[in-house]
Design a protein around this ligand. Structure first.
Ligand code: ZN
Length: 310
């Protein structure tokens, strides 16, 4: 068994975003039933229903824990079912939640060497007591069996693989603009499996393109959570909320001939779920034509609280 809990389904900023007054965000604030609020993306995974690993640590993790019964402390005065986190890159919306998890709880934090370097170079993360919070390696293309603090296996095996992306926005070196400073370990996707049964899903919240090797890797999967940041590449500009395109931010769009819906069309993935959805994306609205189009193509649009058992 593998239990998967969608703790947050929105991209950085959440839905609504604090300073955004686009039509989508306005409709959430107006209490429109077709526009459901979402926190910033993260999923919890457990093989035993007792110990949980977070796939990325969202800035909204505190709120996500409080509304999720499985993540509440039990028994002892200080306790958490959260055993650690696995990071896919160093984006603020994927690592800032670590700062919330600082109150002396033993944790195992897995990331690529590149992402660990970024955390080490930012001394604020030293608030995570090195005696209790282990920073563990997540080498590319190797099965890693996640360890509970103390060393026992969590029964979950994770394989990180490089995906087209870009370095976190706040690490960009504009002088090195052509490749946006991207290195192979800047952004990874994860294959997450029950170590005993091998049942697995893929978690790919950021991906800029679908090269042939990635398509082949995902072919025939039971479940894929995939980057759902934008519907069209220029939607942020069109909504008047920013100049950056989705591609510039390292995300492929859902629609169009180069989009993710088209890229997945022949892959035979049983369950396809968009996650990391930007607040400007029209699929967030239950009554939008784009939502109907995505669903007609076999996609689900993740909502906070969605639970899947594999
Ligand atoms: Zn908005």
């Amino acid at each position: 068994m593998l239990r998967i809990l969608v703790l947050g389904s929105a991209a950085g900023g959440g839905f609504p975003q604090w300073n955004c007054n686009c039509e989508n965000c306005r409709r959430v604030r107006a209490g429109d039933a077709a526009a459901l609020a979402r926190t910033q993306s993260s999923v919890g995974v457990s093989a035993d229903g007792e110990h949980w690993f977070l796939m990325n640590a969202s800035p909204d993790v505190r709120q996500q824990i409080e509304r999720t019964l499985s993540l509440h402390p039990r028994g002892e005065p200080r306790h958490s079912p959260i055993a650690g986190a696995v990071l896919t890159n160093a984006d603020v919306d994927h690592v800032a939640g670590l700062l919330t998890l600082r109150e002396g709880q033993p944790l195992s934090v897995y990331a690529t060497g590149r992402v660990h370097q970024v955390l080490s170079a930012n001394s604020i993360f030293n608030v995570l007591d090195a005696e209790r919070v282990a920073r563990l390696a997540l080498p590319i293309e190797q099965d890693v069996e996640l360890q509970l603090p103390g060393g026992r296996s969590a029964g979950i095996a994770v394989t990180a693989f490089p995906v087209p992306g870009k370095v976190a926005l706040w690490l960009e070196d504009v002088s090195a603009c052509p490749g946006l400073g991207t290195e192979a370990e800047d952004t990874v996707g994860l294959k997450v499996a029950n170590a005993a049964t091998g049942r697995a899903f893929f978690y790919v919240p950021g991906c800029a393109a679908m090269p042939a090797d990635l398509a082949q890797r995902l072919t025939g999967a039971s479940l894929v959570f995939f980057d759902g940041t934008t519907w069209t590449d220029d939607e942020m500009r069109a909504a008047g909320v920013g100049a950056k395109t989705g591609r510039r931010m390292g995300h492929m769009s859902m629609s169009g001939p180069d989009g993710s819906i088209a890229a997945f069309a022949g892959l035979g993935v049983r369950r396809r779920v968009f996650i990391h959805i930007n607040n400007t994306n029209p699929v967030l609205l239950r009554d939008s034509p784009e939502r109907r189009q995505a669903e007609a193509a076999g996609w689900e649009i993740a909502e906070d609280g969605l639970e899947i058992v594999l």
